[in-house]
Design a protein around this ligand. Structure first.
Ligand SMILES: [Zn+2]
Length: 248
């Protein structure tokens, strides 16, 4: 009786542990890109959408220690070396990407890609001057994330097409360079939106699908990304990087 009870408790504990530490997921090919997704980089209380500067610094230090090569999104297409590489992406264009993140990028000399939503409202957004300063540093590449952060699946095709194409134009006016990558707001899109993104002249697009896949012509416009915002320790971060996610 006692032994049965102890084995049941042990089994439950093991299952709970495995649900928070998914060692059972298959390890992904180490030469496939790890595209990390972030948003706000302020030290505001955790909302699930922000990461503190200290947590982000720990993750960057870990990636450097593991010899990851840091790339911008536009570098992915030309990176053919069979070694670990990572892309740091930040959605929406939070002002904290300048006030907080930018100092980390300079400190460690690592690049990042920021997806701007020019008319997002509701957040403290990057100013044109901040965008231009980051662009001039060579450390930051800017992609587009629609004009108004619209859920593309909820609007008509004409609106979706305008949101995609015009956001590219606005970002290019702000940065003075070609805007090459797109991020689907809320990760929501359908096949026709993929074609709209291609037709607008982008060369890649990222989603919120949490896994790891190779960068190739089949995946270039539906690239998955990894969410490490709530990783509280190195083991969870290791699991995300090796398997795509650390918990159920
Ligand atoms: Zn967004």
């Amino acid at each position: 009786m006692t032994i049965t009870f102890i084995s049941i408790i042990c089994s439950i504990l093991i299952l709970v542990f495995l649900s928070y530490y998914n060692f059972w997921r298959p390890v992904k090919n180490s030469s496939w890109p790890r595209i990390l997704m972030f948003h706000d980089t302020s030290d505001a209380p955790s909302s699930g959408m922000n990461i503190s500067l200290s947590d982000l610094e720990i993750q960057i230090q870990y990636l450097l220690a593991k010899n990851y090569t840091f790339l911008k999104m536009s570098d992915l297409a030309n990176f053919n070396v069979q070694k670990p590489h990572v892309v740091l992406t930040f959605d929406d264009g939070f002002a904290s990407n300048h006030t907080h993140l930018f100092q980390l990028l300079k400190k460690y000399n690592v690049p990042a890609t920021i997806y701007l939503t020019p008319n997002i409202g509701q957040i403290e957004a990057l100013t044109p001057e901040q965008i231009q300063e980051m662009q001039a540093s060579g450390l930051v590449e800017f992609g587009a994330h629609t004009l108004t952060h619209v859920n593309l699946t909820k609007v008509d095709d004409q609106t979706a097409q305008r949101e995609i194409a015009e956001s590219k134009e606005v970002v290019e006016k702000l940065t003075g360079v070609t805007c090459l990558s797109f991020a689907y707001p809320y990760g929501r899109f359908e096949e026709r939106h993929v074609h709209m993104v291609k037709d607008a002249g982008f060369s890649s697009a990222v989603t919120t699908k949490k896994t790891i896949l190779p960068f190739d012509t089949q995946n270039a416009f539906t690239l998955p990304r990894l969410n490490t915002n709530n990783c509280t320790n190195r083991l969870q971060f290791y699991l995300v990087l090796s398997r795509g996610r650390y918990k159920l």
